[in-house]
Design a protein around this ligand. Structure first.
Ligand code: PNS
Length: 223
């Protein structure tokens, strides 16, 4: 660590994530960050190996819309190491949301690895409103793919897009989607919203959630 106080002077913070899709929990963290730091960059990870529900452009547009009343928030995407991206933006803070103790181990490892890669940078954890402490993009996708409602958990614009995308992908949307409920056949996970390979981050074994039901959701979670 250099002698510079990482939190003195105007602070640019990066709030990185997959945001596939944006949830109200993410928005809560963006708002908290925008109150604390002079500037917040919401940084969407570009990962061409994954099969996300929404494109980067869609995610960017949805986040920009949700944060439109926060003048010190902007949205970008990045590829490669977060530590390098943050350095390129002269960001001294990485913001991460911490929902529960189960998030801690992975976040702790990531924060220390990022510090090693970029010692000028501090990771700051923020707790979202308790109403969102169980909320994740992975669960939102799973609920939508099974025809459940995610109203109040994501912005209305996000809800519209993900329901439409689920329809386009031929997922069962239940009565609300006008289709009979049917779960994808075993092994047909690639066609499911949130199927393995989506833009999700790997968790360490100790943090893995129970395997989802057949053809539904991911074996890995995301914010
Ligand atoms: O929304 P997520 O999945 O929790 O976000 C995870 C993310 C994007 C913050 C993380 O996967 C990341 O920073 N990826 C960039 C690659 C990198 O820097 N890896 C080393 C992290 S220690």
């Amino acid at each position: 660590m250099s002698g510079r106080d990482p939190l003195s002077g105007p602070v640019v913070a990066v709030y990185p994530g997959t945001f596939d899709p944006l949830t109200n929990g993410h928005i809560d963290i963006i708002e908290r960050g925008s109150r604390l730091f002079e500037s917040v960059i919401v940084a969407i990870l570009e990962n061409p190996d994954k099969n996300p529900l929404l494109t980067i452009a869609e995610r960017k547009a949805l986040i920009e819309r949700a944060a439109s009343r926060l003048p010190n928030v902007r949205v970008e995407s990045f590829a490669g190491l977060l530590a390098d991206y943050a350095r390129s933006r002269r960001a001294r803070v990485i913001v991460r949301g911490l929902r529960a103790v189960s998030d801690f181990e992975y976040e702790f490892q990531m924060a220390l690895m990022n510090r090693r890669l970029n010692p000028e940078m501090e990771t700051v954890f923020m707790m979202p409103n308790v109403a969102y402490s169980y909320l994740s993009s992975r669960l939102v996708k799973e609920v939508v793919s099974l025809g459940g409602s995610v109203r109040g958990l994501v912005p209305p614009a996000v809800e519209r897009v993900i329901v439409r995308r689920a329809r386009e992908r031929g997922l069962s949307l239940g009565p609300a989607g006008g289709r009979p409920m049917s779960v994808a056949a075993p092994g047909a996970e690639g066609s499911a919203v949130g199927a393995p390979g989506g833009a999700e981050r790997a968790r360490p074994a100790s943090r893995k959630r129970p395997a989802p039901r057949k053809g539904v959701g991911k074996k890995r979670g995301s914010r």
